[in-house]
Design a binder for this molecule. Structure first.
Ligand code: CDP
Length: 232
C-alpha cells in the first residue's frame, strides 16, 4: 500500500502527540514529535544559562553560534514502548516535558536559525513517507504537500486539565492556573511570531476532541486516512 505523509498541527496541549503516536502505531509508520526538538534546543539553552529567568528571552547570538553542536535523536524505549528524545547522546525525554522548559520554548522556537535547522531535519525524516509528524507548522511549512493534514482542537479548560494531570503525574510542582497561563501564553507567542506562525493549513481537516475519548479521536483520524488512501 502506498505510504503517505500525515501532518498534525494545533495549539498547545490539544492532544496532537497522543493522536499522532496512536496513528503511527496503527499504520506502522514512524512518529516524529517536532515539539520535542524545540524543547530539546530550549533545554540546551537553559543548561548553558542563555535563557532569562522568566523564560521570555534567550541569548540569541550564543545559541545560534552553538547550533551546530546540538544533535537531536530519537530512540525506541522498549520499557515504555515509546520513543525517547536524546540531546547529544543523553536521554532528556522527561526533562523536556517540565514546566521550566515549557516556559522558555516559545522564545527559542521563534528564532529563524533554530527553525531552519529543525525544519531541515524534519524534512529529511519524511523523505521516505510513511510518517506522522505533529507540531505547529507541519502542514504549512515542513510538509506543505502532505497527503493528509489534520488540525486538532480542544477547548482551553479541557487542554489545561489534561496537561495539568500529565505534569502532576511526572512530579512537576505546579498549579492549574500556572498551566493555563503557560498554554495561553504559548498559543499567543506561537500564533503571533514572524517565522512560521502557528496557523491552520487551508486544506486541513478538523478534529475537535474536547468531548471525544482517545479512541474516538483516533477513529475520526483513521476515517480520514482511509479515505485519503482510497483516493490515491
Ligand atoms: O505538547 P505541547 O502542545 O505542549 O507542545 P509541543 O508540541 O511539545 O511544542 C512545544 C513548543 O515548541 C510550542 O509551544 C512551540 O513554541 C514550539 N513548536 C514549534 O514552534 N513548531 C513546531 N513544529 C513544534 C513545536
Amino acid at each position: 500500500m502506498k505510504k503517505i505523509i500525515i501532518a498534525i498541527d494545533g495549539h498547545s496541549a490539544c492532544g496532537k502527540s497522543t493522536l499522532a503516536k496512536k496513528l503511527a502505531k496503527e499504520m506502522k509508520y514512524v512518529y516524529i514529535d517536532s515539539g520535542a526538538m524545540y524543547r530539546a534546543v530550549t533545554l540546551f539553552a537553559i543548561q548553558n544559562n542563555w535563557v532569562s529567568d522568566d523564560g521570555q528571552s534567550v541569548d540569541e547570538n550564543e545559541l545560534i553560534n552553538a547550533l551546530d553542536s546540538i544533535n537531536i535523536s530519537f530512540n525506541y524505549n522498549s520499557k515504555s514502548g515509546k520513543s525517547d528524545t536524546f540531546l547529544n547522546g543523553v536521554n532528556i525525554e522527561d526533562e523536556i516535558r517540565t514546566m521550566k522548559v515549557a516556559k522558555s520554548v516559545s522564545a527559542v522556537a521563534k528564532l529563524k536559525k533554530v527553525r531552519e535547522k529543525l525544519v531541515e531535519f524534519q524534512q529529511s525524516l519524511g523523505k521516505n513517507k510513511g510518517i506522522v509528524m505533529d507540531g505547529r507548522d507541519i502542514g504549512t511549512v515542513v510538509f506543505p504537500n502532505a497527503d493528509l493534514k489534520i488540525w486538532v482542537t480542544a477547548n482551553m479548560e479541557v487542554r489545561t486539565a489534561r496537561r495539568y494531570k500529565e505534569l502532576i503525574e511526572m512530579g512537576d510542582k505546579i498549579t492549574v492556573d500556572e498551566v493555563r497561563a503557560n498554554i495561553q501564553s504559548r498559543d499567543f507567542e506561537d500564533s503571533n511570531r514572524k517565522e512560521s506562525p502557528l496557523k491552520r493549513a487551508d486544506d486541513a481537516k478538523d478534529i475537535d476532541n474536547s468531548y471525544l475519548t482517545k479512541e474516538q479521536t483516533v477513529q475520526s483520524a483513521m476515517d480520514l486516512i482511509n479515505a485519503k488512501i482510497l483516493e490515491n
